[in-house]
Write a protein that binds this ligand. Structure first.
Ligand code: S3P
Length: 181
């Protein structure tokens, strides 16, 4: 990175790509706050993502995560773990594009094979979209959202064969300008 301080780093990608874990480690390495949009929404609501989906529905959740993204991009340089569905709304994609244009954010897509995603997400039960058929859902979401992640991202990091620190190194390299899509 040659001493260059990256702007806000936004991690995007499907559930199970390691965004939250990598964001936490990045925050430690950079000495920066970490905003995980799911956690921001949960703290504001006093309810879990699962409870919000069940009680208020997915659209209401999508509205809340849009607000969380806006706040995350509106202040000092931080690290943002953007929940997997952030790219669904064109207004969110526009926000990310505007932040990139202004040079205040770099967006990095963490990508992984469906088999890795299935293994990683099977450790938790907090993701309502994966109730039922996680394999089918994750491969469908990969198809549906791949182009959207590519649209918003400055760079992509394939995480399948990397441990957390190696992903952090790759993200920092990408945020410094290398490895463009
Ligand atoms: C979702 C991703 C989840 C969470 C919710 C829906 C999605 O966040 O917001 O379960 O639509 O991809 P993570 O990507 O942090 O798991």
């Amino acid at each position: 990175m040659g001493g260059v301080t990256p702007p806000t780093i936004v991690l995007v990608g499907l559930m199970g790509t390691g965004k939250s874990t990598v964001a936490r480690r990045l925050g430690e390495r950079l000495g920066r706050p970490v905003l995980d949009t799911d956690r921001v929404v949960e703290a504001a609501e006093g309810r879990s993502v699962r409870e919000i989906f069940a009680g208020s529905g997915e659209e209401a959740f999508r509205e809340m995560e849009s607000r969380a993204l806006e706040v995350a991009l509106g202040g000092d340089a931080v690290v943002v773990a953007a929940a997997g569905g952030i790219v669904l709304r064109s207004s969110n994609r526009d926000l990310l594009a505007a932040a990139r244009r202004r040079g205040v954010a770099v967006v990095v897509w963490l990508r992984a094979d469906t088999s890795s995603l299935v293994a990683r997400t099977s450790r938790g039960t907090h993701r309502p979209l994966l109730d039922g058929d996680p394999v089918g859902t994750l491969s469908r979401l990969a198809d549906e959202r791949g182009a959207l992640y590519a649209e918003v991202a400055d760079a992509v990091v394939d995480t399948d064969d990397l441990d957390v620190d190696a992903v952090v190194d790759a993200v920092l390299g990408a945020a410094g300008g290398a490895d463009s899509l």
